[in-house]
Ligand binder design. Structure first.
Ligand SMILES: *Cc1c(COP(=O)(O)O)cnc(C)c1O
Length: 483
């Protein structure tokens, strides 16, 4: 089952292609480059035929586990199917061959795309203005927190505390720390929502911003959001909406109407770009009112049907990325919004919530649910009952791989014991949801009858259990001939 690496294949002198003999005079490389700069050893390149290469990479590609081939219920990530029409549109030469230094008059259509996308994002979120520059959600967080810092500097207020609930995504405190501000953790209630008492106790004249994900990472909508917004604002702080879970609420409720001052959107989660493996993505940031003056430059403007970039915004925090953001990711987002249309934006969220609740109902007798049995677009189950029998959440996930399902997100959020965070998304059919539920039931039966099968899973994958801590702590990315 295990596959050799490309360096272990082939044989000395084997070649993938041969070139005709050159008729030009030949020179040794050391006549052209100072020999002291040349490596003393030959490069250890693989010596393989074209067919060796094709088969090697085709077989590797077949081992990929992706949403195009398998159900991928990774919670907090919205791994939904991305219609291929968005890929087609993003690869049109008029978009993909653009040069960022082209004169504005020659790229009016491309600028219209950015303008329209900002317009629809404003409508979906209830914000007053957007920047499309940030390259991901975490980058959007950093952008808005830099705006927050500048906002209070301009107001000559010394506010340095960023409040984050203990259920928040790790990027929230990390982004806050990157701006040099202090992270203050807010406790959650037994229902998984913000503990208002703890929040009230921690709000003071040092509070710069409260970062909230709504619905939060437990898949629970914050019922006290209006009260929370009022509380934070009454203390002079700002409210940030982490939009990673926007897939649950589009067309139903707008963060701008709920009192948020900033939002970021993960277009690669909610608005159709394949993600995983590190990108590319986009994390547009919206701002309300006067805060919009602090958005990064340049900002796109329209006058008499002509589009241009405005670089002259004295309060702007400056650029956060070269040029205008990950343009082709933005093209996909607009293509997605236009192709599903206004009514279906809402339906997308409704279906995502329905599918998650259907799955939760199907699993309700198997796992425990410390935060209730109703959710929005995702839910967190606890494998505590299985752990009591010696089987952990990881074991169940490894066994799911044997049955052809990608594992859900595990051990996040940290406040749930043996957490399994499941997000089916709106794009899956009832048949797929049923198949997943039936498989989990089968694994439960194995746990009851022969738990070793589950504890030693996977049995059918190219590799068994990897030491994933070692991979993170001591990455070894160099191939050495002696290996
Ligand atoms: C994914 C996610 C982020 C970070 O977004 P990236 O686009 O991966 O940088 C932040 N918050 C939550 C809740 C998320 O799920």
């Amino acid at each position: 089952m295990s596959q050799k690496v490309i360096f272990e294949k082939g044989s000395p002198q084997r070649r993938g292609c041969t070139l005709p003999k050159s008729e030009l005079p030949q020179k040794e490389i050391k006549e052209l480059i100072d020999p002291s700069l040349l490596s003393a050893n030959e490069l250890p390149l693989p010596e393989v035929s074209e067919l060796d290469v094709i088969r090697h990479y085709s077989l590797l590609a077949k081992k990929n586990f992706g949403v195009d081939t398998h159900f991928y219920p990774l919670g907090s990530c919205t791994m939904k199917y991305n219609p291929k029409v968005n890929e087609e549109i993003a690869s049109l030469p008029g978009f993909s061959l653009l040069h960022p230094y082209q004169p504005e008059e020659s790229v009016q259509g491309a600028m219209l795309l950015l303008y329209l996308l900002e317009k629809y994002l404003k409508e979906i979120t209830g914000m007053d203005a957007f920047t499309l520059q940030p390259a991901a959600g975490a980058h959007g967080e950093l952008t808005a927190l830099l705006m927050t810092r500048k906002w209070f500097t301009l107001k000559k207020e010394n506010r340095t505390n960023i409040l984050v609930p203990d259920s928040s995504h790790g990027t929230n405190p990390a982004s806050a720390a990157m701006t040099g501000m202090n992270v203050v953790q807010i406790a959650s209630t037994d229902y998984g929502t913000v503990d208002i008492e703890d929040l009230t106790a921690k709000l003071d004249d040092k509070t710069a911003c409260l970062m909230l994900t709504n619905p939060n990472t437990l898949g629970i909508f914050e019922p006290e959001i209006l009260k929370i917004a009022q509380l934070v604002h009454s203390k002079g702080g700002l409210l940030y909406y982490d939009g990673a879970n926007l897939n649950a609420t589009m067309g139903i409720v707008r963060p701008g109407d709920a009192g948020f001052d900033f939002v970021h959107i993960n277009t690669h989660k909610t608005l159709s770009t394949p993600h995983g493996g590190g990108g590319p993505g986009a994390g547009p940031v919206g701002a309300k009112g006067r805060l919009a003056d602090l958005l990064p430059v340049p900002r796109i403007i329209e006058k008499d049907g002509k589009y241009s970039f405005n670089y002259n915004l004295p309060d702007s925090i400056g650029r956060v990325k070269a040029f205008y953001g990950n343009y082709l990711v933005l093209a996909r987002a607009l293509a997605y919004i236009l192709s599903i249309g206004k009514e279906n934006i809402r339906k997308t969220s409704e279906m995502a919530v329905l599918n998650a609740n259907y799955m939760l109902a199907g699993l309700k007798d198997i796992f425990s649910f410390p935060y209730g049995k109703i959710c929005l677009h995702e839910f967190v189950a606890s494998a505590a009952p299985q752990k009591a029998k010696g089987v952990k959440a990881t074991d169940i996930c490894k066994r799911l791989l044997d049955y052809g399902f990608h594992a859900p997100t595990v051990y996040f959020p940290l406040i749930v014991e043996e957490a399994l965070m499941i997000e089916p998304t709106e794009t899956e059919s009832p048949e797929t949801l049923d198949a997943f539920i039936e498989t989990v039931k089968k694994i439960q039966q194995e746990i009851d009858e022969n738990p070793d099968i589950v504890k030693n899973a996977p049995h059918t994958m190219p590799v068994k259990r990897l030491d994933d801590v070692m991979a993170a702590r001591k990455p070894d990315l160099r191939w050495k001939p002696e290996d």
